[in-house]
Design a protein around this ligand. Structure first.
Ligand code: GLN
Length: 208
């Protein structure tokens, strides 16, 4: 078994897929090649979310994948009602197992962006969407070669998923609500412009 794992690792397969787990925010997450491997950078998004979340509020995680962000928030903030959506049934099944493993209630729903959400309002929306530009060389290097490509890139300018989330958010957010997004290292100016154009105030960028 070690020999087989060694061979797969030599071929570049990420450790997280070989062992089937990855630690995120101090919690153990089951991962499969159906989802992005949770990254330490994204822990900043969780910290900022927890800091800003009012008591007893409703949070939506868009494109939850393994459920890492949603489960970490639900685990740290037992007062929060956490919902999470994803387009992938395999991701939803995995997120359900990760929520169950940590015994936190996360409401999971299959949805293409906001499509399946009707009449729901949130105090906060969080997302780590696919933001890598089509054709970026990182997509064909290292761990990324083994991760689900639709979780990494929008196959366009890298901003299209961010645009959809930002432009749709106001319909689902309370007026004092927060939208917290992870984006690429070179996208801060563009993302702030999108947020300002969508009438968001108190727009901030945080390098992770
Ligand atoms: N930050 C990740 C990477 O550079 C990409 C995550 C994403 O596209 N949401 O590998």
């Amino acid at each position: 078994r070690v020999g087989e794992l060694f061979t797969r690792r030599i071929a570049g397969e990420p450790i997280a897929y070989l062992v089937g787990t990855r630690e995120f925010y101090g919690l153990r997450f089951e991962v499969t090649p159906a989802v992005l491997i949770p990254r330490p950078e994204t822990e900043l998004l969780v910290e900022l979310a927890i800091d800003r979340l009012p008591r007893q509020s409703r949070v939506l995680d868009m494109g939850t994948g393994s459920g890492a962000i949603a489960v970490a928030i639900a685990y740290s903030r037992r007062d929060a009602a956490v919902s999470a959506i994803d387009l992938s049934d395999a991701a939803l099944a995995l997120a359900r197992r990760n929520a169950a493993h940590h015994a936190v209630p996360v409401q999971l729903l299959r949805s293409d962006s906001y499509a399946a959400l009707t009449d729901q309002h949130f105090d906060m929306i969080v997302a780590n969407p696919p933001y890598i530009v089509d054709g970026d060389h990182h997509l064909s290097e290292g761990d990324l070669r083994f991760e689900p490509v639709d979780a990494l890139t929008d196959h366009a300018d890298g901003l299209s998923a961010l645009r959809i989330i930002i432009n749709g958010a106001t319909a689902f957010l309370d007026s004092a609500g927060w939208l917290l997004l992870e984006h690429g290292y070179d996208q801060a100016t563009a993302v702030r412009a999108l947020l300002n154009a969508a009438q968001f105030t108190d727009v901030q960028s945080w390098p992770d």
